[in-house]
Write a protein that binds this ligand. Sequence first.
Ligand SMILES: C[S@@+](CC[C@H](N)C(=O)[O-])C[C@H]1O[C@@H](n2cnc3c(N)ncnc32)[C@H](O)[C@@H]1O
Length: 338
Amino acid sequence: MKGLALRSSNQDYLSLLAKLVKPEGNRGPLVIDLFAGCGGLSLGFEAAGFDTIGYEMDETYAETYNQNLSGECKVTFLDLETKYPKADIVIGGPPCQPWSETGKNLGEYDKRDGFPAFIKCVDRVRPRIFIAENVKGLSFDKNRHYLDHVISELEALDYVVNQRIVRMSDYGVPQNRERVFIVGHRGGFSFPEKSGKVFTVMDALGMAAKYAPKGATYLTDSEDRYIQSYEEKCQLKTPRDLHLDRPARTLTCRNLSGSTSDMIRLVMPDGRRRKLRVSEAARLQGFPDWFRFSGSDAKALNQIGQSVPPLFSYILAKSVRNYIQESEHQELEVKALH
Ligand SMILES: C[S@@+](CC[C@H](N)C(=O)[O-])C[C@H]1O[C@@H](n2cnc3c(N)ncnc32)[C@H](O)[C@@H]1O
């Protein structure tokens, strides 16, 4: 019975991923995706019927976008001078390093801060709705003044601006990833309802989670010893391995491909710990199996670690679609009255 239940939860998760069909052709309103990475955020919008255009400075990431999505990703360094086409929607994940808990945490003094370019784009394009995604650290006390500043700059452009911390596992992604979303609209946008079903690592990976595939990479003895001494020092009660009966910890570039104390790993029945394959990390990040990453494995894991899970993006995009339809409808009613 237990085996059957596991298989059906795995099937349920795969059926959700199957909603992210490979985009073909351009159809709906145009979405501008700033700092587009490999296109995780855009993919959900294309699957929900939008057309997209991405802007990304890294050639390999843009290549991934262009290989998998129907919209074009331009290899561009975004700044205050960048020109954009007319569009109904602007989305984007400005670089998170300035606000990330790991790293130097220079905040607005970090030259990589992408919010000025994001705000400039909204100012130039004046979309019906915009959405910016970033790490939760941006909303912490030490950075709060900057988040408030970003929100007030956007409000000054005549938008209602809401911000929300989203836990991805509340929307069917098998991961406890939390991110801040800033949404600007002209009134009447509703954030999607939580899905109610929580998927685990086992649901996402199936029996593969218990076995090592051919060519699996195991942690080296020194990595194992490093993790053990770290966990003893921190007096961790539960090891930071992936637990099959829970959603995964947050996948990041650092813990997916680096040799760190919190690196993401699966424990095999014989006790050995192995690293995740690119396809497994992609599953845990809510990418469909047909999606292919350009570049080396390390580069693919970086693209995954910094992406918005497309599964969540798809749910968010459907709320945006409802909002756009409703606002177009209201505009028609107003026109009819004149
Ligand atoms: C957090 S990632 C975006 C991930 C993306 N939203 C997704 O879902 O896949 C930020 C991206 O911004 C890119 N980037 C950083 N600064 C940039 C700039 N000034 N112009 C263009 N791209 C930039 C980085 O190369 C990185 O891929």
